[in-house]
Design a protein around this ligand. Structure first.
Ligand code: NHR
Ligand code: GAR
Length: 221
């Protein structure tokens, strides 16, 4: 069974989806710990409620990002984790950390990457007047939000959308695609070749783009 550590800084609704799917047997991984850089993160409460070790690593105890990341990676190695799942983790990770876990760190990002890397994606999408938005699961590399894409899903942007409505729509699609990507990893189906993610040896991002028209029909667009 794949041993996954979830890193989360905030509310933890993606974490909750992962826990729920695991509990109901739809996702075959074991969440061995939740680690946060925020003492108050609700994600830590969710872990405790699910009897999962909740670990707070306080940035204030470390004088540099590198030292913090060394502690983080030591903790993850102690847990013998196979997979690191970033679920609303808001701290940039150093190259030293990333190179300790090659192609074993996944992130979910609230945009259709490579569009809208970084923060405040929903507001930026609304300001730009885009008709589509979405979420992307990718392997984490040193370059922020630029690692090879595993899966992404589009949602429509409506003309009267508020940032909150749009965010909720994106969250729903996050809950759909993150467990899929994690299950593919757990089944040993993913590999990375030349900067591209392969699933069972075939480019999986290209394969999934076939899903778009289906989903767009679904949304009536
Ligand atoms: N680390 C690396 N090296 N590469 C990535 O692709 C990463 C990463 C760490 C986190 C998630 C990411 C996102 O999905 C992620 C991807 C934090 C920031 C950020 O600017 C940007 C992107 C992401 C996470 N963090 C500020 C920092 O100085 C702090 C911002 C804050 O606390 O509000 O670390 O979007
Ligand atoms: C998610 O929308 C995730 O894509 C985003 O934060 C939210 C976390 O929600 N991640 C980032 O913006 C990373 N910089 P959650 O805590 O309820 O899962």
């Amino acid at each position: 069974m794949t041993r996954a550590v979830v890193l989360a800084s905030g509310f933890g609704s993606n974490l909750q989806t992962i826990i729920d799917r695991t509990d109901s047997g739809k996702l075959s991984i074991e969440v061995v710990a939740v680690i946060s850089d925020q003492a108050q993160a609700f994600a830590l409460q969710r872990a405790k409620l699910a009897d999962i070790p909740a670990i707070f690593v306080d940035p204030k105890n470390f004088s540099s990002r590198i030292e913090y990341d060394v502690e983080l990676s030591d903790e993850i190695k102690r847990l013998k984790a196979d997979l690191i799942v970033l679920a609303g983790f808001m701290r940039i990770l150093s190259i030293q950390f990333i190179e300790s876990f090659p192609w074993r760190i996944m992130n979910i990002h609230p945009s259709l990457l490579p569009k809208y890397k970084g923060l405040n994606t929903h507001a930026r999408v609304l300001n730009a007047g885009d008709r589509y938005h979405g979420a992307t699961v990718h392997f984490v590399t040193e370059e922020l939000d630029a690692g090879p894409i595993i899966i992404h899903k589009k949602v429509p942007v409506y003309s009267n959308d508020t940032e909150i409505e749009l965010k909720n729509r994106v969250h729903e699609c996050e809950y759909e695609i993150y467990p899929i990507a994690i299950q593919w990893f757990a089944d040993g189906e993913l590999s990375v070749d030349n900067g591209q993610v392969l699933r069972r040896g075939k480019p999986c991002f290209a394969e999934l783009s076939h899903w778009w028209p289906v989903k767009l029909n679904f949304w009536g667009k």
